[in-house]
Design a protein around this ligand. Sequence first.
Ligand SMILES: *[C@@H]1O[C@H](CO)[C@@H](O)[C@H](O)[C@H]1NC(C)=O
Ligand SMILES: *[C@@H]1O[C@H](CO)[C@@H](O)[C@H](O)[C@H]1NC(C)=O
Ligand SMILES: *[C@@H]1O[C@H](CO)[C@@H](O)[C@H](O)[C@H]1NC(C)=O
Length: 609
Amino acid sequence: MGIDEISPDSSLLGIYNLALLKEIMECCAHFWRYPILFLTFYLVLKPSELHALISYKPNIVILLADDLGIGDLGCYGNTTIRTPNIDRLAKEGIKLTQHIAAAPVCTPSRTAFLTGRYPVRSGMVQTIGYRVLQSLAGSGGLPPNETTFAKILKKQGYSTGLIGKWHQGMNCEYRNDYCHHPLNHGFDYFYGMPFTLMNDCQISHSSELDLPLQKKLWLYTQMVTLALLTCIAAKLTHLLPLSQKAIFFLALSDFFFFISWYSRFGFARYWECIMMRNYDIIEQPMKVERAAPLMLREAISFIERNKQGPFLLLVSFLHVHTPLVTTENFIGKSNHGLYGDNVEEMDWMVGKILDTLDKENLKNSTLTYFTSDHGGHLESWEGNIQRGGWNGIYKGGKAMGGWEGGIRVPGLFRWTGMLPEGKVIAVPTSLMDIFSTLAHLAGGTVPQDRVIDGQNLMPLLQGLVQYSGHEFMFHYCGTYLHAVRWYEKESGNVWKAHYMTPVFQPEGSGACYTIKYCPCSGEGVIHHDPPLLFHLSGDPSEAMPLSSDSEPQFYIILERINKAVEEHRKTLTPVPQQLSFYNTIWKPWLQPCCGSFPFCYCDKEKDNI
Ligand SMILES: *[C@@H]1O[C@H](CO)[C@@H](O)[C@H](O)[C@H]1NC(C)=O
Ligand SMILES: *[C@@H]1O[C@H](CO)[C@@H](O)[C@H](O)[C@H]1NC(C)=O
Ligand SMILES: *[C@@H]1O[C@H](CO)[C@@H](O)[C@H](O)[C@H]1NC(C)=O
């Protein structure tokens, strides 16, 4: 009997018994495992079924949205946007309502997601200004000695594929060393964007790439040009006795500033917006309009190729990041402008992937998980049109440190036959938990030589326990600890203390509209002493800060949280900083290039669509 035929909802045992059985197997010491099992279950299960049960490994499909707010989905209470396919996952599975990203921006959040560790542990956090990787030709990225869940699953015999966005770096020392590439991090197959979608990728949009540096370089160029022209005029009119040398020097600097501005930012679409299949660049620059259909084709074909299982497929959508590239079929169809159209297109893509699982009869043998890397970007407006997501009742959004809107995201788990259907779980869980959960399901182990912050969620999802294992969660903004969440197991209360919060601009607006992204430190944040404390389970919108008058336990709660911070800090060790200035700047010699640098261009998908 093949693994295909024994579905986890084997008629001999109910699903909870099966789950329990699995737990018992894991509790028993290795030596005792088999004798105990055979003694206990020999009469219940045929040996072939028993064997299949022991080695049963579900397929894993992870659907990861980019910048999607928790309030953007029907199953999380949105009544005007249509997301029937994502809602179907909630109906057929479990909806987590306190599912927390480890960071409010994508590079660090995705690092934590892939490694099950706070990104500060791998150095994938802001140190000097950059919150995320700035360029495909930077040297920073997910360190090769980090272990992703893909690496663990691959070792356990899984076929592992990543379709879509990566944004975890590319090369370290020379072009094509691929030290940070997905194929160096446990994926057998990669198709998609090694960087991230951004306005620069679409010709009709203005640039958003590193605007401060762009402006600075441009300003210098203009200043030097002005000085040069003045000097030339002065010399020509004999007003000033200027040396040839000075003019030559100015001309050289002018040329230098212009070239560094233009080569870096004038060609951003060629440098950053590329599509790869494995190590091969297939589009440079990419044709953004056809990325979605191509990705969908690849996701479906990956499932079909690997249906014998077990496989891991991570679909990392370019949706719903700006510039909201949407195919014609969806433009103008939603009630919420281009943003809503883009969400609805993503939902349609999710539907096509779920249909493929159904068609291949893989639904019951596949754990499907949907989430978003962090909350919606409140400051994303073009004129008076909203271009960013909606975080529902939660305060704040993308790029803010601890406010709930930036980190509380959708979390849906479906595994029909194995997990309850239509259940809602409200205790705190983390996106980092997928790491430990998958390691457990694949029969692997999490690395023992480092701190792992994720928890195996299976017992919670199966209803065997009521607690995820997260008593405290630490909400970082770059390297700065902004807030801490405490789940008080005994009472079920969730408390949250903010040590720092961003200064909203304009004041009281609830976001940083004037500067587009709230900063993590310096003038842009307020330090709170005593910390701002909220009773999150009673006040999820973080509207009513507690005081020692309104909450008799005020100081006791803060003391407990402070102690947890102290203990957490002891587990941190210094590591190389992947987002340092040196690691994030554009280095021409690291630039992925189809052709011979700097003449990078290709379109290998032309004939394939
Ligand atoms: C639904 O989502 C849209 C798009 O983000 C948002 O503008 C709207 O306010 C949301 N509606 C509800 C009821 O949450
Ligand atoms: C999948 O699981 C559901 C729920 O346990 C069950 O009703 C259905 O028959 C199963 N389908 C297959 C193809 O095994
Ligand atoms: C990875 O290597 C760096 C040094 O290059 C080290 O500081 C770090 O602790 C290592 N990480 C792990 C998980 O071993």
